[in-house]
Ligand binder design. Structure first.
Ligand SMILES: [Zn+2]
Length: 235
């Protein structure tokens, strides 16, 4: 039996490069993972390189639910419990990302709810969960479990003064949630700066709008678009 999910690893590597180009780059910090198809744990981006430097399967490690490395030669990010705890708490989730995008991380400091002032926040499905327990690394199983509770059944969460969490039923959907969250936070921060009155998308329209955009065909289209863009940016 082939125990290395090569196609999924290539897709996860592409997700890292997309995130790098869409505002999620922060030195060598930030990581994505996906559920091991054999149930052994999470395949995570390895530590020591930036999201934009992730080239392929060799840049991932398989960690089990206790943080033990089962495969891969790279080092494991200290925040592995984010991935293992979210994957255990959310059977519907296949992919998890944690990054420090500039605008969303700044937004995380605000005592302001994210509103759908432009399209992207509507696509998230609901306002992000908020995690306040620590501003430090999520490097223990209890902290990972606590973050998973803050996420609840949502697609995103803001970790105050730290960064963001985004999840999805596929690598494409999780990555898009991360991209949309950063754009949504950026839009609202821009509006707040003007100090002018504004209106957000009415709650009654939010669900319909999300369904219009996140149908499988459009998700495929957006995912393909962002991969082409990442490739073009690197060329
Ligand atoms: Zn972090």
């Amino acid at each position: 039996m082939n125990t290395i999910p090569t196609a999924s690893l290539l897709e996860a590597a592409a997700a890292c490069r997309v995130l790098h180009g869409e505002g999620h780059a922060d030195m060598t910090l930030g990581h994505v993972s996906f559920r091991d198809p054999l149930g052994r744990g999470a395949w995570m981006k390895r530590s020591g390189i930036g999201l934009g430097e992730v080239a392929g399967p060799d840049d991932f490690v398989l960690v089990d639910f206790t943080g033990r490395k089962l495969a891969g030669s790279g080092r494991v990010h200290k925040e592995w419990p984010i991935h293992t705890e979210v994957l255990q708490a959310r059977p519907d989730v296949q992919a998890v990302g944690h990054t420090h995008p500039f605008f969303a991380t700044a937004f995380s400091a605000l005592d302001v709810e994210l509103e759908a002032v432009t399209n992207e926040a509507a696509y998230l499905g609901s306002a992000p969960g908020r995690f306040d327990e620590t501003r430090g690394l999520i490097d223990t199983v209890p902290l990972g479990a606590s973050l998973a509770r803050a996420l609840g059944d949502r697609s995103t969460a803001l970790l105050r003064n730290h960064g963001v969490l985004f999840v999805g039923a596929s690598m494409a959907r999780a990555t898009l949630m991360g991209v949309f969250l950063e754009r949504a936070c950026r839009s609202q921060l821009l509006l707040l700066q003007t100090q002018l009155p504004y209106r957000a998308t009415p709650t009654v329209e939010l669900f319909a709008k999300k369904e219009q955009i996140l149908d499988p065909q459009l998700v495929d289209n957006f995912w393909a678009f962002y991969q082409r863009k990442a490739d073009a940016d690197r060329a």
